[in-house]
Design a protein around this ligand. Structure first.
Ligand code: C2E
Ligand code: MG
Ligand code: MG
Ligand code: MG
Length: 280
């Protein structure tokens, strides 16, 4: 099953007659090598405060720069990595990379806004998680407030108690947590009653489609209002047009992210444009 997934998403793995277990070990070894060879690279997509349209931190998004397959987007390999458990190592790799780079920016005297990383539900269930993140922030002299964590809404679907406990522990250690992709799955508003979350990240995509878009606008503005009443800041992602931006402005959205403002970009470009500001 695993082999099939791996083969179908990358399209080059050989179809030999190995046992499944050996297959998985081989894949894990491949992954470790890929990591050592720095094939996993980070893109950054800035976030913006809507009222001023000024950038406010960024989200780190991983890509696999594969020697044969080229740049592979995370949607292609993360589901596979979750199946074989490698996602935990990848999430920690990303966390270390981001802490290291924030540490460098700070040493260079830059005033840094938070950078968020995405954590898989598999990583959230790792009992070492808080200690790993705490040690990484210490190692690179990064205040915990600068490493924010995005957890996709669907992560709450199974083992909600364990996930909630993990988030609680992270928040107690000072990490800011965001519920990612809110409204994209089968979330219930009731979740917000039981789940501690610092920021709600709402996906613009759920507005898609003619008539549904009109209803979606009403729902979106209600979600933003409700979050405001609960004292939870909202960031809307996937903002692609000025119309969407202006609509969000009228309904009191706090932060935005999307192609209209900036696409995810290689780290060097992000640094040039948003940290060192030496571009153009
Ligand atoms: P996400 O966290 O919801 O990230 C937003 C995705 O939407 C990104 O796709 C981003 O490139 C894309 N996007 C941003 N603005 C727009 C827009 O205006 N329009 C449209 N159509 N798309 C937009 P990407 O980079 O392919 O990442 C996909 C997903 O992979 C992420 O969704 C996240 O769940 C996951 N992911 C990425 N990096 C990591 C990681 O380091 N660890 C884990 N566990 N998951 C990751
Ligand atoms: Mg995210
Ligand atoms: Mg999202
Ligand atoms: Mg999304």
């Amino acid at each position: 099953k695993c082999k099939h997934l791996y083969a179908s998403c990358l399209g080059f793995y050989d179809e030999g007659e190995k046992e499944r277990e050996a297959e998985e070990t081989a894949i894990m070894n491949d992954m470790r090598r890929a990591m050592e060879q720095e094939q996993f690279i980070m893109f950054f997509q800035p976030k913006f405060a809507l009222s001023t349209d000024t950038d406010f931190g960024a989200e780190a998004l991983v890509r696999w720069n594969h020697p044969k397959a080229g740049l592979i987007p995370p949607g292609k390999f993360i589901p596979v990595f979750e199946k074989i458990g490698f996602i935990v190592q990848l999430d920690y790799y990303v966390a270390e990379h981001v802490c290291r780079i924030i540490g460098k920016w700070r040493r260079d005297g830059k005033n840094i806004n938070p950078v968020t990383i995405n954590l898989s539900r598999v990583t959230l269930l790792d009992p070492e998680l808080v200690e790993v993140l705490r040690k990484l922030t210490e190692k690179y002299h990064v205040p915990v407030s600068l490493l924010n964590l995005e957890i996709t809404e669907s992560a709450y679907a199974s083992d909600p108690e364990q996930i909630m406990a993990a988030i609680h522990t992270l928040r107690r250690a000072g990490f800011v947590t965001m519920m990612d992709d809110f409204g994209s799955g089968y979330s219930s508003l009731n979740m917000l009653k039981d789940i501690d979350v610092d920021v709600l990240k709402v996906d613009m995509n759920f507005l898609s489609g003619g008539m549904a878009a009109e209803k979606g606008k009403i729902i979106l503005s209600s979600v933003i209002q409700m979050a405001a009443c609960l004292g939870i800041p909202v960031i809307v992602e996937g903002v692609e047009t000025k119309e969407q931006r202006d609509f969000l402005d009228t309904v009191g959205c706090d932060y935005v992210q999307g192609y209209y403002y900036a696409k995810p970009m290689p780290q060097e470009e992000y640094e040039r444009k948003y940290i060192y500001r030496t571009a153009e």
